[in-house]
Write a protein that binds this ligand. Structure first.
Ligand code: N2P
Length: 434
């Protein structure tokens, strides 16, 4: 109920913003919809100046946040919100392509360089896997950040051995000490990789097949198995896990590599926090910028994406949020080298020749071997509803996520209707013609 209430309040607040925005010239507004804690916000204002310099056109960024892919998608798909740039994850980009919700991105920037060419071929390779069959991801999305899903743990209470397997989720030693990421696909694929590790070892199925198996049997298997770990769960988080781990309120967090990096840095020398990708394998993910088909400022949107691919901006975002940019230029590699690290890792898959053996933080940039144990998550297609209903059961929601979203959108519609009606009345009263 608390969740329902906060979602409705958030949606209502956004309704006020969008009703206000319609009063301004839309070509001077850029509506960006991004994950929370996922950008150096100073760059938003700097973009406005840069856009003016490059095009002579004024723009003001209207910045809004989401924390769950599926919530963002529903706002665009059902709510038809006119965001200009959005940052979904790989499998959601795939779903958006299937539903024809995206516009192709024109990379012709006239006299402005095309910085999107700085994206690593590795990320472009992942993007090649994202397709609707008709529309190819590479024409509709540009990589932003990427990483792995793994286990962040407190080394005072958890051994390296314990953290090296997804089996840690069921270890009775960690009752009420595990924070779970509220991200259905990430948790689903981690648990299935654990349950079906022998199938993978015997070569009967690939990791990608195991992770993306949404059959009724696999969904049921996940549901039954995760239920047995529930006493260990301290809660579900999307953003606050990193703080809770830094404050030692939880000992284990199923999380994304960038959140782990942020927590490790927050602690200073980070001696009691570590992050690992379990031996059964995991998902390698990326988030990319896309332009939804209801966008109203496509021009500023594509310049915004280009601006985010400038190496200096990519570095600022990385330093600020802890995640790793999809941009792979020599200056980024150089800025990431830490001579006092003992281990040298092979990052040639990302930075190309010359990066076969570099001293770079392996939480941020997984080495080649870790990558080989990972695969990408894909859209569940017509099994999505079954997956989401199962997720509501796992989390014990009294209302399913879909119902919460639909209620929130209906409330939003009513608020917009009332606001528009009252603004019409005012206009009539003042005798102003539209
Ligand atoms: C940051 C969210 C990162 C999203 N708060 C990872 N896909």
């Amino acid at each position: 109920m608390k969740k329902l209430f906060s979602t409705i309040v958030a949606v209502m607040a956004m309704c006020f913003v969008s009703v206000n925005a319609t009063a301004q010239d839309r070509s001077e507004i850029l509506k960006v919809y991004n994950w929370a804690d996922y950008i150096d916000e100073d760059l938003l204002e700097e973009f406005e100046e840069w856009y003016f310099q490059e095009t002579g056109k004024k723009v003001q960024v209207s910045y809004q946040l989401f924390d769950i892919n599926e919530v963002m998608l529903t706002k665009i798909e059902i709510g038809k919100e006119d965001y200009d740039v959005v940052c979904p994850s790989d499998y959601i980009i795939e779903r958006m392509l299937k539903k024809d919700l995206l516009l192709p991105i024109d990379r012709n920037f006239g006299s402005t360089p095309d910085y999107t060419q700085n994206i690593s071929p590795f990320i472009n390779g992942l993007l090649d896997e994202v397709t609707s069959g008709i529309r190819e991801g590479k024409n509709y999305a540009i990589g932003y950040m990427w990483g792995t899903t793994g286990i962040m743990y407190n080394t005072k209470y958890v051994t390296e051995e314990e953290a090296s397997s997804w089996g840690i989720l069921w270890n009775p030693k960690f009752r009420d000490k595990i924070l779970m990421k509220d991200a259905v696909h990430d948790v689903y694929c981690s648990v299935l990789l654990y349950l079906k590790q022998d199938v993978v070892k015997k070569g009967l199925m690939t990791r990608s097949q195991v992770m993306n198996d949404y059959s009724p049997e696999s969904i049921q298997m996940f549901l039954d198995t995760i239920a047995k770990a529930k006493d260990n769960f301290n809660g579900w988080e999307v953003d606050f896990g990193k703080e809770r781990m830094a404050q030692e309120k939880a000992w284990v967090n199923l999380t994304w590599s960038g959140d782990a990096m942020w927590a490790l840095e927050e602690i200073g020398d980070a001696t009691h926090l570590a992050y690992t990708v379990p031996k059964e394998g995991s998902n390698i993910w990326f988030d990319g910028w896309v332009i939804p088909k209801y966008a109203q400022n496509v021009e500023a949107a594509r310049y915004f994406i280009n601006f985010m691919c400038m190496p200096e901006n990519a570095m600022r975002n990385m330093d600020y949020i802890g995640y790793v940019s999809a941009v792979a230029t020599p200056e980024i590699l150089e800025s990431k080298i830490e001579e006092d690290l003992e281990e040298e890792i092979d990052l040639s898959y990302f930075f190309g020749e010359g990066a076969e053996s570099v001293k770079v933080n392996a939480v941020q940039y997984p080495d080649k071997k870790t990558i080989e144990n990972c695969a990408m998550m894909h859209d569940a297609g017509d099994r999505t509803e079954a997956l989401m209903d199962m997720w509501s059961q796992v989390k014990g929601d009294s209302l399913s996520t879909t119902s919460v979203i639909i209620i929130a959108i209906v409330v939003c519609g009513i608020v917009i209707y009332i606001l528009k009606k009252s603004s019409k009345k005012k206009t009539k009263k003042n005798g102003v013609r539209k």
